[in-house]
Design a protein around this ligand. Structure first.
Ligand code: NDP
Length: 240
């Protein structure tokens, strides 16, 4: 049976690697994106994976987007909540807009997307939801009260929803990546990045494919007994 998967923010960075990994497992994949049309077109042209534009922070748009994917590909069995943004600033300078936008997209997006697909997964007795958290949601990070709060919230969201899905065959897990060599990390100043890499025991940034392999496992049939867990993939930077 060919499962249907949605990957939010699935056209570049970690999300792109996740879309490809799920496609390679034989799943029919829909890759969502926010507005980078050029990137989405290049991704779809290169991979044949359909891309769908909507804002995960917009509740109605998520319901409509998921309905469109279901019409095109079939009922949605797998959701990977990967879309995320940063709006870094120290608390003294952080605006309400910077706070609100990160919470709305990074955390609100998980609720909006799960709200659209969770009922159907429960009814059909099978589902996989994987939420991409962050090492900075586990450990905190200077200049990121908004991002750390949203990502920490994702870990709580995961454990609560896992309890609601368990008996219906729906697993809900999180992955907490460390620093991965994507556009998001390319935005970090070089001097700061060098200090970060010096704190990673493995001695390098991670690769998007290394996160995608973890997601692929959690979305597989084999992972049916794994739920409510957080898999840390961070080169040993944060162990607890
Ligand atoms: P990128 O910035 O490279 O890509 C972000 C993706 O999310 C893009 O596809 C973007 O779409 C999409 N996106 C952003 N906002 C929205 C929105 N409102 N609605 C729909 N899609 C949206 O990020 P990464 O690949 O680096 O990160 C992916 C996830 O992993 C994020 O949740 C991030 O917080 C998390 N993470 C990343 C780490 C890292 O080191 N890179 C470390 C820990 C966690 P578009 O292309 O249209 O802009």
């Amino acid at each position: 049976m060919s499962r249907v998967a949605i990957v939010t923010g699935g056209t570049r960075g970690i999300g792109e690697a996740i879309s490809l990994a799920l496609r390679d497992m034989g799943y029919k994949v829909a890759a969502n994106y926010a507005g980078n049309e050029e990137r989405a077109k290049a991704f779809t042209d290169a991979t044949g994976i359909a891309s769908y534009k909507w804002d995960v922070g917009d509740h109605e748009a998520c319901l409509e987007g998921c309905a469109q994917v279901a019409e095109d590909l079939g009922p949605i069995d797998v959701l990977v909540n990967n879309a995320g943004i940063t709006r870094d600033n120290v608390m003294l300078k952080m605006s309400f807009e910077e706070w609100n936008e990160v919470i709305r997209i990074n955390l609100g997006g998980c609720f909006n997307m799960a709200k659209a697909v969770f009922p159907g997964m429960r009814e059909r007795g099978w589902g996989r939801i994987v939420n991409i958290g962050s090492i900075n949601g586990q450990a905190g990070q200077y200049g990121q009260v908004n991002y750390a709060a949203a990502k920490s919230g994702i870990h709580g969201f995961t454990k609560a929803l896992a309890q609601e899905g368990a008996r219906a065959g729906v697993t809900v897990n999180a992955i907490a990546p460390g620093y991965i060599d994507t556009d998001m990390v390319a935005a970090v100043p070089q001097a700061v990045l060098e200090k970060i890499v010096a704190r990673i025991p493995v001695g390098r940034l991670g690769h998007a494919e290394e996160i995608a392999r973890g997601v692929a496992f959690l979305c597989s049939e084999d992972a049916g007994f794994v739920t409510g867990s957080t898999m840390s993939i961070n080169g040993g930077q944060h162990m607890y």
